[in-house]
Write a protein of this length. Sequence first.
Length: 334
Amino acid sequence: MKRRINKELICFFILVPVFLYASFYISSRIKNNLPNYSVLNRSEYGCSVFYQLLKELDYPVERTLQPINSAGQNNIQIVADDYFGNFNPDHSEVKEWVSKGGILLYLTPGNIYYDFYDQSKEINSDIKIVKEEAGLIILADANSITNDRLSRGTDNAYQLFTEINSYRYNKLYFNERHLFVTDRQLTIWGFIPMEIKYCLYQIFIILAAFSYYKGKRFGKPLPLYEETERTENEFLYSAASLYKQADCWDLMLENYYNDFLQETSCSVDKWLEYWQKEGLPHLNEAKQVYNFMHQPPVKLKEKEVVQIVNTIEKLKEISRKRREEYWKILKKTE
């Protein structure tokens, strides 16, 4: 039985670091898993290379998370969205901004522009333009500017670059509001970073496993053991042991001395007089304890305290025996 318990404990402690390692590995992968087509994403589906290239060429580019209509109409805004993404080009704010003269470069993977096919003007097979009153919506393939596509060829990206250069603008915004900002109201759990969530999951799993391991013993018959007989003043001795470990010699002395006074049923000033009156033995040791407790040294030493405690215990035993003798005499007279 003992071997089986040891085996389960070993397995438990081996699995804990495994779970934690998996947690940190997954969280580190999630940390780098930025949205597709983001200029912050350095993976194959990110647009970091195209963005940095424009910066190196001193183009007035900037990444923004502000709404479309927050920018002036003399700017171009680039919106790269994934399949069935969160950006809606038919939104009233977007259409109003474009109709007043804004230029929107709307990129989606695979040229999915169902709503614009009937009104778009085709520049080439990859770029289409939709006229919206005073403004324009330029449609192109989002994959043409991804890091993966640029590593295999730059023709499509160059066509898009040439089309952008054909317009006059003050600022070129990569608008990523739809990739990072949501209109859903988040709970407290939603604000917790994913790394912390995985750590909390692991802690919950560990606690559940520990509870299961301990809970397997519930309901099983427990062997009965003979109860150990409690000794007199057991609490006193236990407390004194703690005082000794903590070097609280003054509390230890006070504890034993008060117990001794309770045994003799005398006050602090009267117990020595009682001792002399009753003719109890070890009077000199009683005087030693009396004088020590009335005028204790400023700094208590362990050896000195242990000696006084032993003497107090000896005097208490004498008082206890005297009390028992009185009880025996009293019973005989009855």
